[in-house]
Design a protein around this ligand. Structure first.
Ligand code: UD1
Ligand code: UDP
Length: 376
């Protein structure tokens, strides 16, 4: 009979998988807990890419993804599906990460069963419930339910303390994304073929400075996406730059970007990259232009200036350090900020400093120890 406490780790999207596979590895290396992995399949292809590279075989897969589904439908499916797995597994503790629908509903389902929740990447706040939407509120809901809060930085820990968050503890652990980046970088060193798939673009764009682009925020759908496409069109007119843009699978992103930019020879519109190839894109890019959360954390760690297509961020550390800058989604502002970095060497070198406000690569080990202690 196995009477070790069960820790149920729940995730469903690409960024959660990237940030939780190091935690799964660290907990599996321990003898004192039994690890069970529940993936919701909120993302499908983009989740599966990470499961494969991160060497995770889930114990449960709810496969909830449907094309362009509403937040209502997604949330409803998640709640009944996650609840049923909890009833079967009877975990001693649940781990969720970040701010997605999967994470919020995972915490809620645990609360409905009075199962304690550990929150990885706790305490990020933009102080505007519509930017990012719905992530800011998801994070606050999880913060109210969780009793263990793993804040990546002192800034996020302070935000939780200021809210008088209840629970057994707020811990500054670093962000597990840095663990994931170190892990994948080491893996690429021993298996370079894992990241060699961009060589076609590297050859085609030889001598040009690469701008790596990602976008997918809900609050940027519609006008924001059109503005971003217009800015990219104008930037791509320059002969000294090329754009590599792995396009998120959300149809609200694809329909605009494919129509506007698909035929542009100076823009490589490509499918979402698996994590080793995205790490390679970060390495070869001169500048990252993004509205992603995770990319705001990875780019500073690699000394890549990151222009953030948002008006607010819940990750102010990169901005404070000068390696990230908020540029919003105004077309002219995006173009002028990119051109400044391309044409003003001093401006570029001020931003291009390797800087690691988000962690030292040992967050997952810390988190695994704290979770196991809490299960005793
Ligand atoms: C979700 C998260 C967001 C996170 C982002 C990371 C919520 C509400 N949103 O946004 O916080 O920053 O993931 O990327 O939790 N799709 C596919 N294949 C995939 C993934 C998505 O086809 O592998 C398409 C589907 O049509 C799906 C749609 O994208 O319905 C939207 O997916 P969803 O997870 O609801 O929202 P994201 O925009 O991906
Ligand atoms: N990423 C990836 N392939 C891509 C684009 C991004 O592996 O084509 C990784 C990236 O390195 C980061 C994470 O996905 O770790 C960010 O995910 P996303 O931007 O979808 O979500 P967010 O972080 O904004 O929630």
């Amino acid at each position: 009979m196995n009477d070790k406490p069960v820790v149920l780790i729940i995730f469903g999207t690409r960024p959660e998988a990237i940030k939780l596979f190091p935690v799964v590895h660290a907990l599996r290396a321990r003898q004192d807990v039994k690890v069970r992995v529940l993936v919701t399949g909120q993302h499908r292809q983009m989740l599966d890419q990470v499961l494969e590279i991160g060497e995770i075989a889930p114990d449960h897969d709810l496969n909830v993804m449907a094309p362009d589904q509403t937040l209502d439908s997604l949330t409803a499916k998640l709640l009944t599906g996650i609840g049923a797995v909890m009833d079967a597994e009877k975990p001693a503790r649940v781990i969720v990460q970040g701010d997605t629908a999967t994470a919020m509903v995972g915490a809620l389902a645990a609360y409905y069963r009075k199962i304690p929740v550990s929150h990885v990447e706790a305490g990020l706040r933009s102080y505007n419930i519509y930017q990012p939407w719905p992530e800011e509120v998801n994070r606050k809901i999880i913060g109210t339910i969780a009793d263990q809060h793993f804040a990546p930085t002192d800034v996020s820990a302070a935000a939780l303390r200021a809210e008088a968050v209840p629970g057994i503890g707020i811990y500054v652990t670093g962000n597990t994304v840095i663990d994931a980046l170190h892990w994948v970088t080491a893996k690429i060193e021993t298996h370079p073929e894992l990241a060699s798939g961009l060589s076609e673009y590297e050859a085609r764009f030889a001598g040009k400075r690469i701008i790596g682009v990602t976008t997918h925020r809900r609050e940027n759908f519609g006008e924001g996406m059109e503005n971003i496409a217009s800015a990219l069109e104008q930037i791509a007119v320059r002969e000294d730059v090329a754009i590599i843009f792995p396009v998120h699978l959300n149809p609200n992103v694809r329909k605009v970007m494919d129509a506007r930019l698909g035929a542009n020879s100076n823009i490589a519109m490509i499918e979402p990259l698996d994590y080793p190839h995205f790490a390679r894109l970060l390495a070869i890019s001169h500048i990252m232009l993004t509205d992603s959360g995770g990319v705001q954390e990875e780019a500073p760690a690699l000394g890549k200036p990151v222009l953030v297509m948002r008006d607010r961020t819940e990750r102010p550390e990169g901005v404070t350090a000068g390696t990230a800058k908020l540029v919003g989604t105004d077309k002219d502002r995006i173009i002028s900020e990119i051109f400044t970095l391309l044409d003003d060497e001093a401006a570029y070198s001020t931003m291009a400093r390797a800087h690691n406000p988000f962690g030292d690569g040992k967050a997952a080990i810390r988190i695994a120890g704290l979770v196991a202690d809490a299960c005793r």
